[in-house]
Design a protein around this ligand. Sequence first.
Ligand code: DGL
Length: 272
Amino acid sequence: MKMETVSDKPVGVFDSGMGGLTVAHAIKQILPNEKIIYFGDTAHLPYGDKSKESIIHYSSEITRFLLQNNCKVVLMACNSASAVAFDEVNKELGQEVIILNVIDPVVKYLEKFYSHGKIGIIGTKATINSGTYGSRIKKVCPDLDVVSMAAPLFVPMIEEGFIFDDISNAIIRSYMSKPLLKDINALILGCTHYPIIKNQINKYFDFEVDIIDSAKIVALELKALLSEKKLLNQGVSVDYEFYVSDFTDNFEKIAQMFFEGSVNLHKSDLWR
Ligand code: DGL
């Protein structure tokens, strides 16, 4: 029997709910040989309204869980966690496992493709109030005009399945028409839930604003990192496992949409 090597181990991905599935899906497409263990902390959703201390606590426990489940890398597929908990969790557990966030790859992308103009960022209250995007972008693109706005209704709206209807259209219109976002050249979807409504946001702007979603950018960054560290999985026995801390109606449905067919969903008792 072949011995398991580090590269055979799964990639751990977590979010407060289904948002990180947009990133996990991009990983599946860009890195089809990688096994994925996904954790949706549905019991604590939304993270965007929680304190920094709580988000650090949840993120640290979930990272430990993924580490115990043998993950070679842990990806915080959550902007709120990436914005307020990454440094702390990385300091605590970064010696034991490679930890990635979803903000740095997007900042790197901006540095490459946007030197001037007006960029909007939308995200949860935790992400926007942390100022993490703004300060990191300013360091590498000092001439960019960066504006940011919290859109706290989007996460519960998406988690509840309001995606293509009058309610979601009205909420999207209400946020996107804010004067702050006037004349933007690009809009960063600074929450991993938002790519689920990317088409509707694109439509609101008549497809004239670049809508930057982190899923593909992050998956490509992960590929580069795994390749650099010689950790790319060469095997073929792909396996996807999903854990939630509380069952919700829509999680399984959306997971099935992204991962086609039957989804191996477990309820984790991490918080007992
Ligand atoms: N999808 C997450 C993010 O990127 C979390 C949203 C929330 O739980 O508030 O911020």
